[in-house]
Design a protein around this ligand. Structure first.
Ligand code: NOJ
Length: 540
C-alpha cells in the first residue's frame, strides 16, 4: 500500500470506511426453537458476517417491548426483550463482534415509548403526575374533538382521548406508541442516560428512529393542507407536516447527542432515520461535525432503478451535504420493499447491478439482511400477518411483513433459521434458489459478488473514501470515477452499450468472467451489467 493510501486509511473513521449491515433480529437466526430470531443467533453467525466483511452491525430493537410495533414500542430502554435473549447475551455479542473487527449499533427509539412503559403509566395516571409532562397531553376542543388536525403516520388522527383524565395524548404512530415531550428537560436527561448506559456497555452507535420528528411545535398549531405540488405522503394525509416534523429545535437535541457520542472519541456513530427530501436531509448533518454522522437517504431508497434519477439524487446529495459529510446508501430495510423486488423485480442481473452500485458509491453502504443473497419480498397470507399496518389496512396495503421474513440459511425444513418442526414467526421464503449455504458454494452467486465487492472496498482507498465525479456515458448508463484511478459503470437498460476512453483493468464485473480483463479504449457493457475498474488517465 502506498504511503498516500495508508495515510488516507489512517484518517478515516471506522464508520466512513465501513460497510454496515442491518440485522432484523427476529428474522435472523433462532437458537432456542421458538420461531423467533435471537441475540445468540447473531452470535452464531458472526463467522458469516466476518466472512462477508461487514464492519457495522445495526440491530433492530432488542429492548423490552409488548410488540405492538415489533420492538418500536419500548417498555424498558435498559432491559433486553425476553424473546431475544439476555443482557449477558448482548454483552457477549458486543465483545465477540468487536474481536472480529465489527461494531454493534442499537436501534434507539426516542420519539415514543410503549403505552406500557412505566413513564407513560405514571403520566396517564393523573393530570398532576410528576411525569404528566413527559408526554404530549392537550385538552379537547370545545366540541370534544382532538386538539389539532395532526394525523398519525400510520393513518388516522394523531391523538387519542384518555378517559381517565379527559385529555388527549399525541401519538405519531399507533395509539400504543405515545409520543414523548421533547421540550421537557427531564426527558432529554433520561435519554442522555440511556445513550451513556449503552455506550458504557460497548455499543458503537445508534440508528435513531424517526429522529426528524421528535420535537413538535410547542403551540401545537394545525398543519396546513397539502397542495397538488406536495409529495405523495403529504397528499395522502391531506396535510403538510409543518408543525409535527422537522422543527428547528430538533437540532438542539441531535447536537446534544453528538456531544455525548463525541465524548467517546470517534467510536460512537449516530445514524439517523431521516425520511425527508435532500435539502432537509443536509440540515441533519449540521455543520458536518456537530449533528448526525450518517443519515439515511430516503429519496435514493425510494427512487426508481433508473440511471438518471439515481445519479441526480447522488449528485444533489453530494453537493448539498456540508463539508466532507458522509452519505449513507441503502436499498432495502424492514419498512420498505426489498431492492431485489422493488428495483430488480426478481431479475438477478438487476440485483447484481444494484449491489455493485451500492457498494461503489461515496458514502457508507448499509445492507439489509438478505440483500446479499438477493432475497425478494415474500408474500405473507392475511392470516399470517404480524405487522399492525398490514393487519389494519389489508387488502389495500399488505404492510411490511413481506420484507421481514426469516433469513433462508439452508434449503431444509426450518431453513437453517429455526428447528425443522418449528413454525417461524413469519413464513420462510427464498429456500429454493437463494440460500446462504447454496450461494457460498457457487463462485458465480450474488453472495460471492457481495463478499468480493466488500473486500475490494476494504482494500481500495478510492472506493472507501475517494471523491465522486460523474463521467460521460451513453443514455441509461451511469458511470462515475472514485478517487484517482477507479471507475464504476452500470448499464440500467435492456440494451448493450459501449463506453469510450477507458484504459486499465476490470477489477470486478457483475459478469465474473470479465474480472481481471484489460480495457483498451472501447468497453462493451451488457444490459444490466455493472463493473468496477482500475484505470490510468481519464478523459475529463
Ligand atoms: C420507523 C421504523 O423503522 C418502523 O419500523 C417503525 O414502525 C416506526 N419508525 C415507528 O417507530
Amino acid at each position: 500500500m502506498s504511503r498516500r493510501s495508508r495515510s488516507t486509511l489512517d484518517r478515516e473513521p471506522w464508520w466512513v470506511s465501513g460497510v454496515f449491515y442491518q440485522v432484523y433480529i427476529r428474522s435472523f437466526a433462532d437458537t432456542n426453537d421458538d420461531g423467533i430470531g435471537d441475540i445468540n443467533g447473531v452470535i452464531g453467525h458472526l463467522d458469516y458476517l466476518e466472512w462477508l466483511g461487514v464492519t457495522g452491525i445495526w440491530l433492530s430493537p432488542v429492548t423490552t417491548s409488548p410488540d405492538a410495533d415489533w420492538g418500536y414500542d419500548v417498555a424498558d430502554y435498559h432491559a433486553i426483550h425476553r424473546d431475544l435473549g439476555s443482557m449477558a447475551d448482548l454483552d457477549l455479542l458486543i465483545a465477540s463482534a468487536n474481536q472480529r473487527g465489527a461494531r454493534i449499533l442499537l436501534d434507539l427509539v426516542p420519539n415514543h415509548t410503549s403505552d406500557q412503559h412505566q413513564w407513560f403509566v405514571d403520566s396517564r395516571s393523573s393530570r398532576t403526575s410528576p411525569r404528566r409532562d413527559w408526554y404530549v397531553w392537550a385538552d379537547p376542543k370545545p366540541d370534544g374533538s382532538p386538539p389539532n388536525n395532526w394525523v398519525s403516520s400510520f393513518g388516522g388522527p394523531a391523538w387519542t382521548l384518555d378517559p381517565l383524565t379527559d385529555q388527549y395524548y399525541l401519538h405519531n404512530h399507533l395509539a400504543a406508541q405515545p409520543d414523548l415531550n421533547w421540550w421537557n428537560e427531564d426527558v432529554r436527561q433520561a435519554f442522555d442516560e440511556i445513550l451513556c448506559f449503552w455506550m458504557d456497555r460497548g455499543v458503537s452507535g445508534f440508528r435513531i428512529d424517526v429522529c426528524n420528528i421528535i420535537v413538535k411545535d410547542a403551540e401545537l398549531r394545525d398543519n396546513p393542507p397539502a397542495t397538488v405540488h406536495d409529495d405523495w405522503e403529504s397528499r395522502l394525509f391531506g396535510q403538510r407536516p409543518v408543525y409535527n416534523a422537522n422543527r428547528p429545535e430538533v437540532h438542539d437535541v441531535i447536537r446534544r447527542w453528538r456531544r455525548l457520542a463525541d465524548a467517546r472519541g470517534d467510536r460512537c456513530v449516530l445514524l439517523g432515520e431521516t425520511p425527508v427530501d435532500i435539502g432537509v436531509l443536509a440540515e441533519y448533518y449540521g455543520d458536518g461535525t456537530d449533528e448526525l454522522h450518517l443519515a439515511f437517504n430516503f429519496p435514493f431508497l425510494s427512487a426508481p432503478f433508473d440511471a438518471e434519477t439515481l445519479r441526480m439524487i447522488v449528485e444533489e446529495t453530494g453537493s448539498r451535504l456540508p463539508g466532507n459529510a458522509q452519505p449513507a446508501w441503502t436499498g432495502s430495510n424492514h419498512d420498505m420493499s426489498r431492492f431485489s423486488t422493488r428495483w430488480a423485480d426478481g431479475d438477478i442481473r438487476k440485483s447484481r447491478a444494484a449491489l455493485l452500485m451500492l457498494l461503489c458509491l461515496r458514502g457508507t453502504p448499509v445492507l439489509y439482511q438478505g440483500d446479499e443473497i438477493g432475497l425478494c419480498d415474500v408474500p405473507v397470507a392475511h392470516e399470517d400477518m404480524r405487522d399492525p399496518l398490514g393487519v389494519a389496512y389489508w387488502p389495500a396495503y399488505a404492510g411490511r411483513d413481506a420484507m421481514r421474513t426469516p433469513m433462508p440459511w439452508k434449503n431444509e425444513p426450518g431453513g437453517g433459521f429455526t428447528g425443522p418442526s418449528v413454525r417461524p414467526w413469519l413464513p420462510l421464503g427464498g429456500l429454493e434458489s437463494k440460500t446462504v449455504e447454496d450461494q457460498r458454494k457457487d463462485p458465480g452467486s450474488l453472495l460471492i459478488l457481495a463478499r468480493d465487492l466488500i473486500g475490494l472496498r476494504h482494500i481500495t482507498p478510492d472506493l472507501r473514501s475517494g471523491r465522486y465525479a460523474s463521467l460521460q456515458a451513453p443514455h441509461g448508463i451511469w458511470s462515475w470515477r472514485r478517487g484517482e484511478n477507479t471507475v464504476v459503470a452500470v448499464n440500467f437498460t435492456d440494451n448493450a452499450a459501449t463506453l469510450e476512453g477507458l484504459e486499465g483493468e476490470i477489477l470486478i464485473a457483475t459478469d465474473r468472467a470479465r474480472d481481471g480483463t484489460s480495457l483498451s479504449g472501447s468497453v462493451a457493457i451488457s444490459p444490466w451489467e455493472g463493473l468496477v475498474a482500475r484505470v490510468g488517465s481519464l478523459p475529463e
